[in-house]
Design a protein around this ligand. Structure first.
Ligand code: BGC
Length: 394
């Protein structure tokens, strides 16, 4: 039913970035706090809470066979003592819709946002965090029947980094030891909690479903500058090495790669401004995907890899195609070297809410923010063509 060799070709989204009106999530509250330094609030987003069928149909019609989307914890459990059956049914309908359209659903259970009530009690810093997450996962497992790929937590390393960023902005908070405010690193203490939450969720999922279980890691493809190998080793471990090592006991690792950064004596060196940079200010480095795949393969001990995010924020769609062509060539070399890559999911299906800003456009499909009309970009058909056999010729 799916691609002959079973390889997944598709695109990814996350609930808060596309659904709209995710009012019970912590991010909604943050965006709507007066004085917050974000240009935009998520608002209606791309209204995919209502229009997901149209989104998925466009993906399938282009010739792709997989869609990564998320279940939103804040909708499913809007209060600590309230689980919403109707919301769980909604996400089950999304799973069914994907399967009906010939799309393999890849489901993320937590993508950055947490319910407000959980944030108010300290979120991942609350001693009951693991238990809280496990309870949510137990509740959603019936909706995962027939789903082959489940990502428990999206980019735990970014989440552990957000906790440091939040402290930088809070005059009452003390920065965790060893942090450089100019170049903060994920807080390993939070990383440990997330690892426990992930393992606990994995146990539940393995007991109650047939899904392959993993988490997805923001890979930075860090590179040492001369004489700074020791700093690089430490920073790499703190950024992603720790998280990749947790994946050793999983069924797969979700590789997420966009760019690369160098490491100097004080840690990662902010990338200098340049006309070549993408809208998010990141260096144009399609080769980062190759670095990320090889590191994930080595450090997660040879568990299968699924590229759950790779893409570029650009207003020039031909640049998106050029970037992705190059990135896929690096994936091809990794495959040729025997690295077990099971799929490529582009970030993102739609131009969406980039965490505070609608400016960075990562989508294969443009969305009119007033009418919600979707217009596919040439890159959507191009990626469909790659999926339908064009990969060999790349
Ligand atoms: C996240 C996405 C985000 C993307 C581009 C990843 O860090 O999982 O939610 O939009 O990168 O910044």
């Amino acid at each position: 039913m799916f691609a002959a060799d079973g390889f997944l070709w598709g695109a990814s989204t996350a609930p808060h970035q596309v659904e709209g009106n995710n009012i019970n999530a912590d991010w909604w509250e943050i965006e709507n706090t007066p004085g917050v330094p974000f240009p935009h609030r998520s608002g209606d987003a791309t209204d995919s809470f209502n229009r997901y069928r149209e989104d998925m149909r466009m993906l399938a019609q282009a010739g792709l066979n997989a869609y990564r989307f998320g279940f939103e914890w804040a909708r499913i459990q809007p209060e600590e003592d309230m689980f919403s059956r109707a919301m769980l049914d909604h996400y089950r309908r999304m799973v069914d819709t994907a399967i009906d359209l010939g799309l393999q659903p890849v489901v993320t259970l937590q993508h950055f946002t947490i319910p407000r009530w959980f944030a108010h009690e300290g979120g991942w810093e609350n001693p009951r965090a693991v238990e809280r997450f496990r309870r949510y996962v137990e509740y959603v497992t019936p909706a995962l029947e027939g789903v082959e790929w489940v990502c428990t937590i999206n980019e735990p390393n970014m989440v552990a980094m957000f906790s440091v960023l939040a402290k930088l902005y809070d005059p009452a908070a003390t920065l965790p030891e060893g942090q450089n405010p100019g170049s903060p690193l994920p807080d390993l203490r939070i990383g440990e909690v997330l690892a426990d939450a992930h393992r606990s969720a994995r146990d539940v999922l393995r007991e109650r479903t047939d899904a392959k279980v993993g988490w997805t890691i923001a890979q930075q493809a860090l590179e040492p500058t001369p004489g700074n190998d020791d700093v690089f080793e430490r920073v790499h471990h703190q950024w992603e090495g720790f998280y990749l090592s947790v994946s050793r006991d999983d069924d797969f690792v979700g590789v997420q790669s966009y760019t690369s950064q160098t490491v100097g004596p004080d840690g990662p060196i902010p990338h200098p401004p340049s006309e070549e940079n993408t809208i998010t200010g990141w260096a144009y480095r399609p080769d980062a995907l190759g670095i990320a795949l090889r590191r994930a393969w080595d450090e997660a001990g040879g568990v299968p890899l699924l590229i759950t995010e790779n893409g570029i924020a650009t207003a020039d769609d031909s640049r998106r195609i050029a970037y992705t062509t190059e990135a896929l060539r690096h994936m091809k070399r990794a495959l040729a070297d025997g690295i077990d890559v099971r799929g490529y999911l582009h970030w993102s299906l739609l131009d969406n809410y980039e965490w505070g800003d609608y400016g960075p456009t990562f989508g294969l499909i443009e969305v009119d923010r007033q009418t919600f009309v979707r217009t596919p970009k040439p890159s959507l058909d191009w990626l469909g063509g790659i999926a339908k056999g064009g990969f060999e010729a790349l």
